[in-house]
Design a protein around this ligand. Sequence first.
Ligand code: ARG
Length: 562
Amino acid sequence: MDYKKLLADTVILGDVKSGEIEALITVPKDPAMGDYCLPCFKFAKEMKKSPMAIAEEIVSRIVAHGLLEKAEAVGGYVNFTLNKKMVASAVVKKILSEGETYGRSDIGAGKTVCIDFSSVNIAKPFHMGHLLNTVIGGALCRIYRALGYKVVGINHLGDWGTQFGKLIVAYKKWGDKDDIDKRGVRGLLDIYVKFHEEAEKDPSLEDDARAWFKKIEDGNKEAIDLFGYFKDVTMKEVEKVYKRLNVTFDSYAGESFYNDKMQPVLDELEEKGLLETSDGAKIVRFEGDKMPPCLLVRSDGATLYATRDLAAAVYRKNTYDFYKCLYVVAYQQNLHFKQIFEVLRLMGKPWANDMVHVAHGMVSLEDGALSTRTGRVVFLEDVLNTAVAKAGEIIAEKNPDLENRELTAEQVGVGAAVFAMLFNGRIKDVVFDYDKVLNFDGETGPYVQYTYARCCSLLEKCAPEGDAFDEDGISNDEAYALVKALEKFPESVTAAGEKYEPSIVTRQIVDVAQAFNKFYFEHNIKDAAPAVRNARLALVAATKQVVESGLSLLGIAAPQRM
Ligand code: ARG
């Protein structure tokens, strides 16, 4: 329901167009001031009247409308109060008739959004630090799809670099295939660390590594096979985690994919006079040295991360003709993306302005172990396993007879971790604390899931009877606050897309869950008169729908029982 438009249409004010009125109407901070308000200050000068007088004039001429209960002039504002009963029943009926499409839209129809996220590095651990990135990216993919966009989720694999030469040397010297097949990346990591220890004593190992990397570049079969093996080992492990996080990709075109796509971009830079040689390296300088130059080819001829990102951007534009290309990457890479986007601008690519670095913060564990800085690597899989084990203990205590306890523990444990990552604005650093994220009474995943299960059980135990529907049952303060929270869900999805901020959806469903629980504790459903009960059950069903849709956008399961 478009209340702003509806209210604007009730206002008569000289020649002022209803569209202008509509644009001024907002929601007052204090609900006691009504549902919407129209500030009249803007008209004072032209009309040569005080805002107070204008507000009064508007109120005296307002065109009656069934949905409008009252309009009052207060201090230069017109405060509108809607008819709660009508709003409540309209919102509930709309949600129930739209079902899972409630909150979806087609504003993105015909547009493609590329989302580069997770982008793991081959033969490196998929650690705790990747959680935030992976779930923000996954949520943005689902949110954009819900808004009608075509989404291309891209895992820009870190699968190029001299470290793979080292790994081959290490594998050939100390590698044990059985161990690596069993222990995966942990096994690869061990021999990689050993390489560095041994290379301190015997620097010739570094030469061997360079030679092997050269073989990868030249397409030597043995080198390519080994490299492919490391990739398989890594991806097998990573895929398991993606499955648990409900994350999928449409493309795994990683860094190595761009090996043959960099030269044309370098040539174009050269032609446009943007490439400069400095100490044998090729760089692009920025006007007034507003940031350090972008290094694209090292003096030994090697290309860099940035070179591949430039080629990738051009490739994506040519392949997907994106409307926007998002990079979900931690803020440490702010400079890198600024440089890339600026180089594209200098190249005269108009679409450089459609590139967005969706920067996010860092995650650390409560005990202070920041995976990278302390060198203590915390595998994401272990974090999820611990969260699931703890969720299992809580469930065993709260609901010992629950069927499917294992599956529910997985859904609650993983859901709790994901939810915690998506609760705060993405740029914030997050400290991960198992007890906090699993607290059933906090602003947490389990709290929202529990609310959902409560809705399910209420609806199972108690079915509506007949068609009688008493709006009074859902227009009390608690019910109305819930209605308002439910009504805001579609806006929250749109805003989350516009601001690249899934936390807007997360917080909205927390608001819904909190409002629901207040309503549930204050108002009886089961023993209410049939017409009231019917209305309240419809509100419960609407709540269930919105929580389910919200959780699904975030990639979190909604167990019926827990
Ligand atoms: N693999 C990189 C890292 O771990 C992230 C890649 C992000 N995407 C990109 N197109 N640069 O730092």
